[in-house]
Design a protein around this ligand. Structure first.
Ligand code: F6R
Length: 266
């Protein structure tokens, strides 16, 4: 796992965006796994600037959302279908027909989950999966004790997740109890994982996922099983890591070809 420590949340967004933009510039038909929530917002905003300047185009790329609430109409402003359309598809110029979100309105949710897995496989798999992490260590909506082998399925959201996500919902509207989420096995099948985290509320989850034991109790620790996982954190999200000096040391001593920004930041 590569751990990249950066001074600010804006740096996290810029470096994650650089990595995605260079992948999509080299492979315009790349398939991107799309997280929602606040963590990737800066990444999407940074990518938008690059789209506007012509540095990169997502017109031929594909997207698969990580998860969706169950029971919200797809045009509900809080549904991830609407969120992805608003924050990713339209600003980045994806072809809407090439971006899929699990169908949280389906009457047969198990069938919808299976259909989603098939769609990802048919597209040739996910090239880079963007991830955030919950304060309880979840990735996607794989709450603590989710199996590392899990596939897209229905999950019951943890009370802490529902409380944390209440900030996105208008007063009086409850956060749904259930969701459809890519499983940890689905996420681990992506060719590359890119997790971004900012702020002190994520510090414990980041330390547990990166340096703690591999355990279903901390779903983010599944990243330790992946051959190409990158965790990009700002100073505050990194504050509980034990090996901070080592991550700085490896960054400072990278060979030039491995540097993220030529001649500069490793
Ligand atoms: C979002 C998702 C979640 C979030 C996590 C962090 O699609 O699957 O795992 O990444 O809950 O949320 P934020 O970024 O809002 O702190």
């Amino acid at each position: 796992m590569e751990v990249i420590l950066l001074p600010t949340a804006a740096d996290v967004a810029r470096i994650a965006a650089t990595q995605i933009a260079s992948l999509v510039s080299a492979h315009p038909e790349a398939t991107i796994g799309l997280a929602t929530g606040s963590s990737p917002q800066g990444v999407y905003a940074d990518l938008r600037r690059r789209v506007d300047t012509g540095e990169v185009s997502f017109a031929r790329a594909r997207g698969f959302a990580l998860d969706e609430y169950v029971g919200l109409a797809s045009d509900d402003p809080q549904s991830y279908r609407t969120t992805i359309d608003r924050d990713v598809v339209r600003p980045l110029g994806f072809d809407p027909a090439r971006v899929q979100v699990p169908d949280g309105t389906a009457t047969d949710l198990e069938a919808a989950a299976e259909t989603y897995e098939t769609a990802i496989a048919t597209a040739g798999g996910i090239d880079v999966q963007i991830l955030g992490i919950g304060a309880n260590g979840h990735i996607g909506f794989n709450e603590p004790t989710s199996s590392f082998a899990s596939r897209t399925r229905v999950k019951t959201l943890a009370p802490q997740t529902r409380t944390d996500n209440a900030r996105f919902f208008p007063q009086g509207q409850e956060v749904p109890m259930h969701c459809l989420t890519q499983g940890l096995g689905t996420i681990l099948d992506a060719r590359r994982l890119l997790l971004v985290a900012q702020g002190p509320r994520k510090a414990a989850a980041i330390a547990a996922a990166v340096e703690g034991p591999l355990t279903a109790f901390v779903p983010g620790s599944a990243l330790q099983l992946h051959r190409h996982a990158t965790v990009i954190v700002d100073e505050t999200a990194a504050s509980e890591l034990q090996l901070i000096d080592y991550y700085r040391h490896t960054a400072a001593n990278k060979p030039e070809w491995q540097r993220i920004e030529p001649g500069g930041l490793a």
